[in-house]
Design a protein around this ligand. Structure first.
Ligand SMILES: Nc1ncnc2c1ncn2[C@@H]1O[C@H](COP(=O)(O)OP(=O)(O)OP(=O)(O)O)[C@@H](O)[C@H]1O
Length: 349
């Protein structure tokens, strides 16, 4: 069977962006340093990195708000680095933008904010009416059409921001820290809405974030950025299961409890005698009951001293630290068997 042809909606090849140094004679600053990236049509792709990693700059290169220093940026089959101002305006009509600070006209009504991009796109009155009412229903704000934006909560504002981004029926949505100004509950609602935009409307989403929880909740694939470079990329589940780069490990550690901190570990050792091992529960390999049955069969005592289970895109992840007690030989034999069920490591003293 041949692989289905998946066409990238966004493709970056060897992209470099330099900004001039602050003073004359200062060296140029490389905000983006040779990035290769493919965002497939229909997916939610996340770029994660700490502040200053170059994420926002990268997004500004995709919608050509900034010119690249070198490399190519292809959106929907068109190299945006070679477009005229006029063609750029057309390109941007096909890309919706969602911002951290919403960027709405606060003193205008929700309706007025949604009408704006439609007027710019030259839609008739009747079309504006139809589209705005459709959008308001989709984002669950049909009763707020005539409210001023300044009267809305942060979560409602971001719903308006998303509706506005969708107004001209873009194929691609760029979301720049769309939930970073929101509390955890509202963040969840807005992420659910973005997932619906992707699932029900088939819109590709490229989002940037510094929160691994955002990636865990909605991203299909993810690229990790540090100092202008992509240090690791792949399916979100694979990065959670087996992060390679230290930056990725740090991000994954914010969501999946890895190991207790040294002081916690010391306190745990005071309270629990025995040999500490850590089980890494991953994807389909989660067979906890078999692990515990094996320990019991070898008459090894066990206590769960640290850890937790999380879900990433319907897949279970977790790290459990156990304190094992009993005959040393029996523990060795039990661990040898357990090695075929799950990955385990000794927790160093
Ligand atoms: N217009 C500019 N002129 C000069 N330097 C810039 C400009 N825009 C960004 N930079 C620099 O490029 C680097 C990357 O910035 P960028 O905003 O892309 O990072 P980021 O990962 O999005 O971080 P944050 O989340 O803090 O915005 C930073 O060192 C920043 O100071």
């Amino acid at each position: 069977m041949t692989e289905p042809l998946v066409e990238p909606l966004v493709e970056l090849r060897g992209v470099v962006k330099e900004f001039p140094g602050a003073r004359r004679g200062d060296p140029a600053h490389r905000a983006v340093d040779g990035v290769d990236l493919r965002v497939e049509s229909g997916e939610i792709f996340a770029i994660i990195g700490y502040s200053g990693a170059g994420k926002s700059t990268l997004v500004r290169l995709v919608n050509a708000l900034e010119p690249v220093t070198s490399g190519s940026v292809v959106v929907d089959g068109v190299d945006v680095t070679a477009l005229s101002e006029r063609s750029l305006r057309e390109l941007r009509l096909g890309i919706g933008m969602v911002f951290q600070q919403f960027n709405l006209m606060e003193s205008r009504t929700v309706w007025g904010n949604l009408a704006f991009p439609l007027v710019v796109a030259g839609r008739s009155r009747a079309e504006q009416q139809r589209r705005i009412s459709e959008l308001l229903h989709f984002v669950g704000l049909a009763d707020k059409a005539h409210a001023r934006v300044s009267e809305l909560s942060g979560g409602q504002k971001q719903r308006v921001g998303i509706a506005r981004a969708l107004a001209t029926e873009p194929r691609l949505l760029l979301a720049d820290e769309a939930t970073s100004a929101l509390d955890p509950d509202t963040t969840r609602d807005v992420l659910d809405l973005l997932a619906r935009v992707n699932r029900e409307l088939g819109i590709t989403i490229l989002l940037i974030t510094h929160e691994m929880d955002v990636v865990r909740r909605i991203a299909h694939r993810v690229a990790v950025m540090e100092d202008g470079r992509v240090v690791e990329q792949g399916r979100a589940v694979d990065l959670f299961a087996d992060p390679q780069h230290p930056v990725t490990r740090r991000f994954v550690g914010t969501v999946v409890d890895d190991l207790p901190a040294p002081d916690v570990l010391a306190a745990l050792r005071e309270r629990h005698p025995g040999r500490f091992v850590r089980l890494a529960l991953r994807q389909q390999q989660v067979r906890q009951s078999e692990v515990f049955a094996t320990l019991l069969r070898h008459q090894v005592g066990f206590e769960l001293v640290y850890g937790g289970i999380e879900e990433v895109q319907g897949t279970t992840f977790g790290n459990l630290t156990l304190a094992l007690t009993g005959d040393a030989g029996a523990i060795d034999r039990a661990l040898a068997e357990i090695g075929s069920l799950v990955e385990w490591t000794e927790v160093a003293r």
